[in-house]
Design a protein around this ligand. Structure first.
Ligand code: G3H
Ligand code: 13P
Ligand code: ZN
Length: 322
């Protein structure tokens, strides 16, 4: 089937008590690892491209890679989504350039300005059959282009969501309930330690999610910054020349709980990066004389695939839903 929007996907996810995985793509191996897992598990999927990914790999290459995956996986619905569009122009370029979904992230702007920019993108997108994700609240953490210090982050204010959605006409809403971008989501001071000495992050604010859902019944909610930062991969990095002390993510049990509610889209990027980097570091430690990229990218792609499979089956609950 051709690329689809997320409209039908979100309706089914909302009613079915699961979430669709939104995975960031930057190169061929990542696209293949994700989509092979989704095809085998019969899972719908959102492939998302950030501004940084477009700067790195080029818009056309990424669109063609996703089109290749669609051709290889005709059984599953695939959305091509712009992640964290920072302006009307970036969104327009993706809408005109073959994307079926865009995010306009004006969450760092004042409320009225966020509404104004989002509305403009929605009007342009809807006229062309493209759907729009918007954001209210500010996640802490680091993306390529945006860095939000912990003191500048703030939770979504539930009392703002109805006005925002009705005035903008957006199709889904990303909210801030304590998730965070990157592999270092929380400082050691924000965490407690369990009996094994591992860092345990503060729990997500499910009370805010509940309040949002009460005000927007039936409306799809999105969670960004939802990597779990698997400690096995952090250890693989650190055991093979890397240095990622105290990297910590969102517990998968909390994401599973969110996926059962109105959360229809869960964004995962850092976990894929960790799987790829850990695998490549270990490969080189074990094969210092190898230099063929196919040799080390093959196990990296295979580990991305298995990680995505685990997310689909055990965290998102979307396996078998395509
Ligand atoms: O939330 C952002 C994604 O992880 C994309 O990151 O801007 O480094 O491509 P990036
Ligand atoms: P992570 O950094 O937790 O993977 O979040 C990715 C994300 O939100 C992309 O928009
Ligand atoms: Zn994000």
């Amino acid at each position: 089937m051709p690329l689809v929007t997320s409209a039908e996907m979100f309706k089914k996810a909302y009613n079915g008590g699961y979430a669709v995985g939104a995975f960031n793509v930057n190169n061929m191996e990542i696209v293949q690892g994700i989509t092979e897992a989704c095809r085998e598990e019969r899972a719908p999927v959102i492939l998302q491209v950030s501004k940084g990914a477009r700067a790195y790999a080029n818009h056309t290459y990424l669109v063609k890679l996703v089109e290749a995956a669609v051709a290889e996986c005709p059984e599953i619905p695939v959305v091509l989504h712009l992640d964290h569009g920072d302006s009307f122009e970036t969104c327009k370029s993706c809408i005109d350039g073959g994307f079926t979904s865009v995010m306009i992230d004006a969450s760092s702007k004042p409320f009225a300005e966020n509404i104004e920019i989002t509305k403009k993108v929605v009007e342009y997108a809807h006229d062309r059959g493209v759907v729009v994700e918007a954001e209210l609240g500010a996640l802490a953490g680091i993306e390529d282009e945006v860095q939000v210090a912990a003191e500048d982050s703030h939770y979504t204010r539930p009392e703002e969501v109805e006005e925002f959605v009705s005035k903008t006409g957006c199709d889904s809403l990303a909210i801030a309930i304590g998730t965070s971008h990157g592999a270092y989501k929380f400082t050691a001071e924000q965490c407690t330690r369990n009996e094994k000495g591992e860092l345990v992050p503060p729990p997500l604010r499910f009370d805010i999610l509940k309040e949002v859902v009460k005000r927007l019944p039936g409306f799809p909610i999105v969670l960004h910054g939802s990597s779990s930062v698997p400690q096995a991969y952090v250890q693989m990095v650190n055991a093979n020349g890397g240095k990622m002390p105290d990297a910590v993510g969102i517990p998968e049990s909390e994401l599973r709980e969110a996926a059962r509610s109105a959360v229809c889209k869960i964004n995962i990027d850092s976990d894929l990066r960790l799987a790829m980097t850990g695998t490549i570091r270990q490969y080189f430690a074990e094969h210092p004389d190898h230099f063929d990229p196919r040799q080390y990218l093959k196990p990296a792609r295979a580990n991305i695939k298995e990680l995505v499979r685990h997310k689909l089956v055990d965290v998102l609950g979307c396996a078998g839903k395509a």
